[in-house]
Design a protein around this ligand. Structure first.
Ligand code: C5P
Length: 407
């Protein structure tokens, strides 16, 4: 990740501030962003002014702070569509449970929500609330809804809260917010003119019309790679098994598939025109040999057991390895033991250029989590990265590939 002050120069950020105690902490963030050269347009939710003043934020951002559709001073219209198109990034911090819920349900009863719905740029949300509000299933569901829209959630901090309680719900620290903003805005079109194909998510292998064999892959890693590659300028083809995620960037062509065979067919059809292929999907190695045309019934005569015959699925990555001309091939390896040994073997067996290893021996790595801890393995290198959010992992993998193979 580029952390030089140049990264944010001239970038346009809309900062949405909502009515939470933590709103005052955004003074420091605004000052930091301004210092790095960003342009900042601040929009308050209706309650924000109960906590902080427009005067201090307009002085720091050197722009008027908006909160209404119409300016009460000169009657002009604060055009939410134009604002939504103007920004390179919409950051909502702190985001209260109320605004979070409204965003998750597409509500639009204030200017900030209208800008959110109109925004074409990446959206980052830093929630802040008391621990019980944060833990409530309603809030958690809203957060996963927002994630499924492609919005990025900056994780809450854990510690002292305004209520006097202690736990999860604090606004992320200034450095964390700055790191997220930097990562999102520091792309330099490294992949301009490149085609990138990514497989993501699980596959579902049907047994009968209502059942399938699947796995716990959420698709988060593959979607993060697709969004990041597109932000870095690539034209991305994302071949995805069933997930509840939506890619965010307009330069991502999403092709939905269900089974390994479908994923294989689509991936190989699109293979020859690619510069980089990242196989992040958790493809089922086997599928039921026969798919029953009707729901399989409990068969009392067979007693307490039942046999399902499985046959091998094609290995997409391995086949691409056989056919590759000058494509760069990246595979994933999820291992529970002896990760480095198996990953090295996979590299040569599949004729891949890079294997990204995550091992369930490392806490916070693997399926379903928002974080990952990876090792990037090539013929020559073996790079261990620390535990970090999947969006940052995506950036590291893509930067590595660009630097080592595509420059
Ligand atoms: O051999 P294994 O399944 O452990 O290899 C994992 C890597 O191979 C991942 O990159 C995965 O996406 C890819 N793969 C594939 N087709 C399969 C099985 C795995 O592309 N049938």
């Amino acid at each position: 990740m580029e952390k030089t002050p140049q990264a944010l120069k001239g970038k346009k950020i809309i900062l949405g501030i909502t009515g939470g105690i933590a709103a005052y902490k955004m003074h420091a963030v605004v000052r930091h962003l301004k210092k790095l050269g960003a342009e900042i347009q601040i929009i308050f939710s209706p309650c924000a002014e109960e906590f902080v003043t427009k005067l201090s934020f307009s002085t720091m951002s050197e722009r008027p702070v908006y909160s209404e559709f119409y300016s009460s001073e000169d009657g002009s219209w604060n055009n939410h569509v134009e604002l939504g198109l103007w920004a390179d990034l919409l950051l909502i911090a702190p985001c209260t449970a109320n605004t979070l819920a409204k965003m998750a349900h597409g509500m639009c009863d204030n200017l900030l929500l209208a800008v959110y719905l109109s925004a074409k740029c990446p959206v980052m949300i830093a929630p802040a609330m008391d621990l019980d509000m944060y833990a409530h299933p309603g809030t958690q569901r809203n957060l996963s809804n927002l994630e499924s829209f492609g919005n990025q959630i900056i994780p809450v901090g854990d510690g002292a809260l305004a209520s006097g309680l202690s736990g999860k719900g604090r606004l992320a620290e200034e450095e964390v917010i700055m790191e997220y903003v930097n990562t999102s805005l520091s792309s330099k079109n490294e992949f301009k003119g490149k085609n990138v194909l990514i497989t993501a998510g699980p596959t579902h292998e049907p047994l009968d019309p209502v059942r399938f064999i699947g796995n716990r892959s959420s698709g988060k890693m593959g979607y993060a790679l697709a969004d990041k590659a597109a932000q870095m300028g690539a034209m991305v083809t994302l071949i995805s098994g069933p997930t509840n995620l939506v890619p965010q960037h307009p330069n991502i062509k999403l092709i939905n598939v269900e089974t390994a065979q479908e994923m294989y067919d689509v991936a190989l059809k699109n293979f020859s025109s690619q510069d980089l292929v990242i196989a992040a999907a958790a493809v089922a190695d086997y599928r039921p040999k026969n798919i029953a045309s009707q729901k399989i019934k409990k068969n009392i005569e067979n007693g307490d057991s039942m046999q399902i015959e499985l046959i091998k699925n094609p290995d997409i990555l391995q086949e691409m390895g056989k056919r590759k001309t000058d494509q760069i091939l990246v595979g994933f390896a999820l291992e529970t033991t002896q990760g480095l040994k198996y990953a090295k073997e996979k590299l040569s067996k599949k004729n891949a250029d890079v294997i990204v290893l995550n091992t369930l021996e490392d806490e916070g790595a693997g399926f379903g989590t928002d974080t990952n801890k990876i090792y990037i393995i090539t013929e020559k290198d073996q790079l261990a990265l620390p535990l970090m959010p999947k969006v940052h992992v995506a950036q590291e993998i893509l930067t590595f590939c660009h630097h080592n193979f595509l420059k």
